[in-house]
Design a protein. Sequence first.
Length: 358
Amino acid sequence: MQLGLFMMPLHPPEKSRTQCLEEDIELVVRADELGFVEAWVGHHLTLAWEPIPANDLFIATVIPRTKQIRLGTGVTIVPQHHPANVAVRLAMLDHLARGRFNCGFGQGGVPTDWELFGLPDGKTQGLMTIEGIDMVLKLWQNEPPFDFKGQFWHIKIQNPASEIGLGTMLKPYQKPHPPIAMSIVKGKSMAARMAGQRGYKPVSTNLVPFATVAEHWSTYCAGAAEANRPEPQRSAWSVSRSIFVGDSNDEAWEFALNSAFGGSFAYLLKLMAMTNMTSLAKHDPSVPDDAVTLEYALKQLCIIGDTRTCIQRLEELWETTGGFGTLLMIAHDWDDKARWLRSMDRLTHQIVPALPSV
């Protein structure tokens, strides 16, 4: 099993934004030094707990500070950007990274972000996401003149002057383009099916129980079968989990419940309730909403305990899902930096080497 990082990020709103960004940069650098294979960086505009509104700028900042880790947008929220802008900015990142770059695409789920941009309902945004990805790919694969007309965007350059480069758009460093990934949340996600149909990399969220994560893979494989694609390889699948490895089970749980780790899940549960998404966290649909407490969420969604317990929990995740290629450690606030660095080192040197691989 390989090890990676998913940075939403998660920081208490009262904390200095400058300090948050500096710690996030240091975390990616540390992950690179420890041999993490990939790091995905989130993107939200109106969430105080998740303060990276421009993940492409963040990635550009950490490219020269890292050596081998692949950096990815987790995700580029397609309905919030014009596809032409997405195409050239991601192509530029790919050049800056000399190919150490992955593209994660998605539609986003923050109501105030939708309101900020005057976006339509979620289903329509899903259609915008598909069209936007297709537009980006066309821009990467074609030279002007072109005229791409969709339901939501009409993109054209009809009067180029190729002899002086007028109308020429930057193409990616990787050919034909960087690896594409899609973030998967719901068990029968449209994103999972589309990723399977197109051969995109699946990246499973940390906000659903193990059984739902397993459903991600079956939905992904169903999409691949529908498109007559080769049977997907589990090594391409990345699965996210919030993980804290402590000195003992008691110490780990005391910290998880009474730190920014627990605070972040209290926030996420409130956000899920406000957006009618509490059901995502349930291991059984019959569980009433008021039973989805902080303790319930930490037990169902997280890996918490000493080294032995965390190995056992991750083995359970492995057995439930059938196996996957990369475990993505969710980035949490460094309210106790020394503890988090110890947890990260234990995960790298003691836990992951004890786990199976595909």
